[in-house]
Design a protein around this ligand. Structure first.
Ligand code: FAD
Length: 292
């Protein structure tokens, strides 16, 4: 199928994009890399009158470092492509979890066009970036007619393909405040073939002071309608010895915690029961790996 006819405007500024969103309301759609939007237009899942192309807005592109209140912050612009994240030395050094996750997103040709912001706003529960954003304690920076606002990544993903972003708003990017503690992270996903969407995936970031875990963020993806935070397992890890998190008793406790706390959902090919089994497998692998 082909998309229904639409008008096209390539904007140069955020204000121009917001102005058009206000004028056209639900009849306009922003386009970034087009890797999710264009298939959905071709399948006639939506038929906007106007596509507003963000590729001319330089302010949305790239990765910056800034210091605020003695804290180092990395800002990942919404129009930064998956490939730019993959190739960034800054990301590899400061946000290594993203570096580990990015090869699992589709294939290079798609990563060359697809963007951080497109993936975050699309809110696909099987996508890697939303879970990583939560695991890294990210904050979404948003612009709309009323000005700018921020919302924590953990509160941004509301339901299947549904986020807190309003129809007249644009995601500018995501801020990551780097921990002053030492950090370790883990990324894994189970997929039938490399590049496929995951059957179940896990992202973890741990903050530790020497051997003592001070904070843990454990976030699953591709198992429910949004990324799922394993709060009980996080609580079990805080205060424990990093070297001992591979202890069989702790692994078992965490497996029981994630399997009882998280309500998994089936997808087209995998049952909820199978996903519940896999989230236990993934937490075991994570704890064994993080102890090393
Ligand atoms: C074959 C194939 C395999 C794929 N596999 C994976 C995978 O394994 N994992 C994965 O995570 N993704 C996968 N994707 C999706 C890919 O990562 C997309 O690039 C991504 O989901 C959307 O990014 P985009 O820049 O292409 O956004 P677009 O398709 O242009 O836009 C997506 C949505 O976001 C909105 N939007 C975009 N930017 C903004 C912004 N700044 N502010 C507000 N709204 C905005 C658009 O209006 C649209 O609703 C795959 C895609 C394909 C075609």
């Amino acid at each position: 199928m082909k998309a229904a006819a639409f008008d096209y405007r390539k904007v140069q500024t955020i204000d121009q994009a917001i102005g058009l969103l206000q004028d056209f309301g639900d009849n306009a759609k922003l386009i970034a890399g087009g890797q999710s939007l264009l298939p959905s237009l071709n399948m006639r899942l939506s038929a906007p009158e106007l596509l507003i192309d963000l590729n001319g807005v330089d302010e949305l592109k790239g990765i910056q470092v800034k210091t605020e209140n003695n804290q180092e912050i990395i800002f990942l612009g919404a129009m930064t492509t998956h490939t730019e994240i993959e190739d960034s030395a800054l990301v590899a050094e400061k946000l290594p979890l993203l570096k580990k996750a990015v090869p699992h997103i589709a294939h290079r040709a798609i990563r060359n066009l697809g963007t951080w912001g497109g993936s975050i706003v699309y809110g696909d529960p099987a996508a890697e970036w939303p879970a990583c954003a939560i695991a890294l304690g990210g904050v979404m920076v948003i612009a709309g007619p009323e000005g700018r606002r921020k919302i924590a990544a953990k509160d941004f993903f509301i339901d299947l393909y549904t986020t807190d972003l309003q129809a007249n708003e644009i995601l500018l990017g995501t801020e990551f405040t780097l921990s002053k503690l030492q950090t370790k992270d883990y990324f894994d996903e189970l997929a039938r073939r490399h590049g496929d969407y995951a059957i179940a995936g896990l992202t973890v970031q741990i903050e530790h002071l020497d051997d003592v875990i001070k904070a843990a963020r454990i976030v699953y993806f591709s198992i429910a309608s949004t990324p799922m935070v394993a709060t009980q397992a996080q609580t079990l890890l805080v205060g424990t010895s990093l070297q001992k998190i591979n202890h069989p008793d702790l692994i078992l406790q965490c497996q029981i915690a994630v399997r009882s706390e998280i309500q998994t959902m089936s997808d087209l090919t995998n049952s909820a029961k199978m996903k519940t089994h896999l989230i236990g497998v993934l937490i075991e692998r994570a704890l064994v790996s993080l102890a090393k």
